[in-house]
Design a protein around this ligand. Structure first.
Ligand SMILES: [Zn+2]
Ligand SMILES: [Zn+2]
Length: 147
């Protein structure tokens, strides 16, 4: 099956946890990877509509939750109400334009040694960190600054 080839890591992760490997789960991950950037649940829903006719929004949300839980997809907030999903697996951060909402990857190591040490000192464990920078993209900065 074509879907299996692109998403064998998901099939393995599901089997390892005793969860069912459904074509629905595979299709959602495949489409997220095909979209290749930062997308909302609604955009994922629209993208899978052809392969999964009639699939409901709650099913899409539940599937995305599962993919996040399995560590195959990241979810982050951009400061607005929308949550974005990202299938890119390499560690990276994000920068969001506060004017047009454009989101780009930031490939830089994040040194969170000090905040992690502080959180650990108050008893937190198994810490992860997510950095979302906010700013004006180049286009908006040019558009908004009087020449
Ligand atoms: Zn912008
Ligand atoms: Zn990203």
């Amino acid at each position: 099956m074509m879907i299996e080839a692109d998403t064998s890591d998901l099939a393995e992760a599901l089997r390892a946890r005793g969860r069912r490997v459904t074509s629905q789960r595979l299709v959602v991950l495949r489409e997220l990877r095909r979209l290749g950037s930062h997308v909302t649940a609604e955009e994922v829903h629209a993208a899978v509509a052809e392969s999964l006719p009639g699939v409901s929004a709650p099913t899409i949300y539940a599937t995305l939750d599962l993919l996040v839980e399995l560590g195959l997809v990241r979810r982050f907030a951009t400061g607005g109400t929308a949550q974005l999903y990202d299938a890119r697996q390499e560690p990276h951060q994000h920068v969001v334009c506060r004017s047009c909402g454009r989101v780009e990857d930031v490939d830089a190591d994040l040194d969170v040694t000090l905040p992690e040490a502080a959180a650990a000192a108050s008893g937190f464990q198994d810490l992860t960190a997510e950095l979302v920078l906010q700013g004006l993209c180049g286009d908006c900065a040019r558009r908004l600054s009087p020449v």
